[in-house]
Design a protein around this ligand. Sequence first.
Ligand SMILES: Nc1ncnc2c1ncn2[C@@H]1O[C@H](COP(=O)(O)OP(=O)(O)OP(=O)(O)O)[C@@H](O)[C@H]1O
Length: 620
Amino acid sequence: MIAPHDRQAAISSETASAIGEEGEKESPSRNRTFTPLFSLLPRLRRHRSLSVCALLALTSAALISLALPMAVRRMVDHGFNQADGAFINRYFLMLIALAVALAIASAARYYFVTTLGERLVTDLRLEVFHHIIRLPAAFFDRNRSGEIASRLVADATQIKSAISLTASVALRNSILCLGALAMMFVTSAGLSAIALGAIPLVVAPLVLFGRSVRKKSRIAQDALAEASAYASEIIAASRTVQAFNGEDAAGQRYGRDVELSFDRTVAASRARALLTAIAITLVFVSVVGVLWLGAHKVLAGTLSAGSLSQFLIYAVIAAGSLGSLSEVWGELSQTAGAAGRLFELLNEQTDEREPQACMSLPTPIQGGMELHDVRFSYPGAPEKEVLNGLSFRVSPGETVALVGPSGSGKSTVFSLLLGFYKNQTGSISIDGRELGLIPPQTLRKEIAIVPQEVTMFAASVYDNIAFGRPDALREDVIAASIKAQAHGFVAKLPNGYDSVLGERGLTLSGGQRQRLAIARAMLKNAPILLLDEATASLDAENEALVQRGLEELMEARTTIVIAHRLATVLKADRILVMNKGRIVEEGTHASLLRQGGLYTRLAELQFKIPAGLEPEQDAA
Ligand SMILES: Nc1ncnc2c1ncn2[C@@H]1O[C@H](COP(=O)(O)OP(=O)(O)OP(=O)(O)O)[C@@H](O)[C@H]1O
């Protein structure tokens, strides 16, 4: 069990590596307060008419609010003084008209502004998602999937609420504040000049304090993302957790995570509350100070009592809106943090090859592969060389079995062939074309993979098979399924190919999942096949069906198979034995057994071949 302070350190180092350090190590982009929010502007421009309507509605609502006190004041000053009934009636009608206009403008403001917020955030979610799924494998090694998903949900929601609420409050109050200030000048230029002089005294502390609020908010959001990532990890692994009676430990750890998130959120709220208090105090103290001066002007006879009261109304409006702005300021800072995190995701480099360096593959491709002196370390562990001068060649149509102890680098070979990572030195080529110059998507069109751990999506059996070829005809999907020995069990499902996996408890056995994965690869019909045999043993019937499906699949394809079954190595044209990132033995099953080296030991363990016993095929 990790001690809380260690864990905290782990959390901060993890989040720091994902988003950069706070404080002294702040990145230059983070110092620029609202920069990420400005990146939203081009996205707003895509919805010009909606933005214009929102802006118009906002402005009219604010201007009408500004006119209301003026109407009230005029009515009090003139209407009551002259005791003119008709004048009062006109003013009341005007007030009602203004109120109706305000109601309509406010409703329009709410509608346009929230729609704009929703639109913007939907675009942003889509943009981030499209970007994330194209990011290289190294990104997913560095970041936990739960944390990324939480950013997509929590940060995007924060931006939405900021656009629909905060930004509109900010804009409305800015208009109110500017309008009231203008009216203050009209009423008494002298007093207004003094009031304006006080503004820097009010704003400077707010800006300084706002920075610390922003930092605290970001720390709070990180803690929440951490807790959510842990929760999704545990929920996804619920069976393992229960099998090891880990519920209590998981509950305690999650409890600590959410409590930490709570504490940090409270700290951020406390800072924001303090910011609000400071803002209101500063604003009202300066307003009262200005009024005190005004009162003395009235006493001295240089200002009329009516003008002072008018000035007072606008000063209160200006101060009130400035107060709201300071509240919104904190909120906007939070949003800038959220937007910053989303844009960090968008700024992650995808793995697109430089266009000028792009090469295509010959059509149709033959499927010959060559690896020459390949050295490779994972980006996350550059000091550990996983492939260490690996060289081998696979001829078109050949079936090569890759065998080796755990950790010898077999799966890494697949990852490199699929272009998930780039080899640091040496060369990998397909049909003589260097892999590094082929765009990954072009490359992956030519390769089908059947992984050891089959992934099935919560979709219909049909969609799961057609995953690599969504435009496939129904008869092709069924034909692939028949060849993969899956049709028999699929036809018996409640809705056949339209049965949705995961729905109403529809789960499949390991063998059935493997056969669907084989059907998926079969349908893709790529000339190169990478097959990572499942290590989990199946019952005899399933084993035979999977084996038959695989044999169909390997037919007329260049195949590299990470072999775990005797039947597979016996059928392979050649066996390559890997150890510590290179090929150490090569031959057929029989010739390798005769050598009595690493393969013999592995075969004894994996394929249960007693030492020295050569199989029948050897004689042939
Ligand atoms: N994403 C990764 N980041 C860092 N190191 C990794 C990563 N994936 C694998 N490794 C390391 O690379 C080495 C080779 O792993 P690889 O999965 O290729 O071996 P393998 O021969 O396929 O093993 P197995 O038969 O157990 O699947 C291991 O030491 C492993 O810890």
